[in-house]
Ligand binder design. Structure first.
Ligand code: BG6
Length: 491
């Protein structure tokens, strides 16, 4: 329920540009079969030869051990302990106990044949107070994890911030309401880059700026659970984007040569309702406008005229220097793609597009926000490549919740998840075969975990987790994914 509300809220806010605004698109190349880019070798339905297959998790959702080795409290510890915030009344104090079981979990990744793993670093393990004295014991967990991954031939991709803000920053500065948090984030990023970039070559700054802002500070259904008025909310948005930019600079300044850095954003995904040239063009305009506060700002170094006109007196306060920082050059764009947010048609209005309403019968997965629109996986990276001439894209998350009940033989035959993945991956293959520069795909998630306000009620894993015994069991989708990885094609 909580997530349904959050996604709706987000879609509502994201729909502002349909109100009739003038738009102008950045130029870029049209992905096409003839364009230079990764080419498919082997069978026509295969992915590029160097395509990287992986899975994804995040620290608070799996680690547990919230009080071990000097970790400080995070806003999610505080939030999950407030009665009524998590639908099954759980917390992630233990979660998957990954902190103690990481070696076993690395073997789960290896068993899939995956060559990459996206995980996040818990800021409060590394800086228990968010700033000040670092906690080397906290960082050591990630040293151990990295060594284990590399010893097993798995390339680590680290996210610096997946929502577990040190509580102290919330108490002292109001969290992302203050630029102090953006600056503290850069210091933390510098520290991590300096110490871990000998082994982590690819770093994501912030996971889903837009969700952390709207669900955490707007709808109040994610930590820290605030519902701020529009101007303050826009300021949070700006401070988060600024934090991203400062972290990019910090990684560049303190990471080893060759360290790559970029965002992992949940783009508002716009799809042409019918694939006509006019609708495709209108959809690109919509994508640029509906992502104005995040990806558009990061890639263009400005807030669009449409966004500023809509925000009016509620626009954030910022300087030209801020925008330069926000748009610091990045090495790749990470996209979390789960659902189609809007189906679009060209329209004879000031915006140039209209967003169609969803019929009540539109299909969704176990989480009712998770609409099934596989073409999202084709159009989103294609638009990002074209609108902003982006040359390297990772799908940093994609996956589905399912009911996942074991049957009499003890197995989970998650045919619905397989159906979802097969369709999305077919669309991804369509994109790569046309030259859209997607370099890799991280499936959410390696295993069932603490799904934020849904607690343990929603399951996204390739491995089922029994949270009483911590036993991990592969679902049918794990075999399906292993087959895809092995053959480098959708099966
Ligand atoms: C993504 C997040 O937005 O969605 C993940 O990055 C999250 O952390 C996933 O687990 C599923 O969302 P939810 O709200 O159903 O847990």
């Amino acid at each position: 329920m909580f997530n349904r509300l959050s996604r709706r809220h987000f879609a509502k806010i994201a729909g502002w540009s349909a109100l009739g605004l003038s738009t102008k698109s950045a130029s870029g190349q049209t992905p096409s079969g003839t364009q230079a880019g990764p080419s498919n070798r082997g069978q026509p339905s295969s992915f590029p030869g160097h395509f990287l297959w992986g899975t994804a998790t995040s620290a608070y959702q799996i680690e547990g051990a919230v009080n071990e080795d000097g970790r400080g409290p995070s806003i999610w510890d505080r939030f999950a302990h407030i009665d009524g915030k998590i639908s099954d009344h759980s917390t992630a104090d233990v979660a998957n106990d990954h902190f103690h079981r990481y070696k076993e979990d690395v073997q789960l990744i290896k068993a899939l044949g995956a060559k990459a793993y996206r995980f996040s670093i818990a800021w409060p393990r590394v800086f228990p107070e968010g700033t000040g004295a670092p906690n080397p014991k906290g960082l050591d967990f990630y040293n151990r994890l990295l060594d284990e991954l590399l010893a097993n031939g798995i390339e680590p991709f680290a996210t610096l911030y997946h929502w577990d803000l040190p509580q102290s920053l919330q108490d002292r500065f109001g969290g992302w309401r203050s630029r102090e948090t953006s600056k503290a984030f850069a210091d933390y990023a510098a520290y991590v880059a300096e110490r871990l970039s000998d082994r982590v070559k690819d770093i994501f700054t912030i996971n889903e700026c837009s969700r952390l802002v709207y669900s955490g500070y707007g709808a109040g259904i994610d930590a820290p659970g605030l519902s701020l008025p529009p101007q303050e909310l826009n300021q949070v948005m700006h401070n988060v984007a600024l934090g991203h930019g400062l972290a990019v600079q910090a990684v560049r300044a303190h990471g080893r040569a060759g360290t790559k850095v970029g965002p992992a954003e949940n783009l508002v995904v716009c799809i042409p309702a019918i694939e006509t040239p006019a609708n495709i063009r209108a959809t690109e305009i919509a994508t640029r406008e509906l992502n104005a506060g995040y990806l558009t700002a990061i890639l263009e170094g400005k807030y669009t005229d449409g966004f500023l006109a809509y925000a009016g007196k509620n626009a954030p306060t910022y300087t030209a220097e801020d925008l330069k920082i926000i748009s610091s050059p990045i090495d790749f764009v990470g996209l979390n793609i789960y659902l189609p947010h809007h189906y679009v048609v060209a329209a004879d209005n000031a915006a140039g597009f209209s967003l169609l309403p969803f019929p009540k019968s539109f299909p969704h997965m176990e989480s009712d926000w998770l609409k099934i629109g596989p073409e999202a996986m084709y159009w989103a990276p294609r638009q990002v490549a074209k609108l902003w001439n982006v040359k390297s894209i990772y799908i940093t998350e994609n996956g589905a919740s399912a009911s996942d009940q074991p049957v009499a033989d003890g197995n989970v035959y998650d045919l619905d998840r397989i159906m979802y993945l097969r369709n999305y991956l077919t669309q991804l293959q369509r994109a790569t075969s046309e030259g859209v520069p997607v370099l890799g795909y991280f499936l959410w998630s390696l295993m069932d975990n603490f799904e934020w306000a849904d607690g343990f009620e929603k399951r996204f894993g390739l491995y089922r987790v029994d949270f009483n015994t911590q036993r991990r069991t592969p679902k049918l989708s794990a075999s399906f994914y292993r087959e895809i990885i092995e053959r480098n094609m959708v099966v």
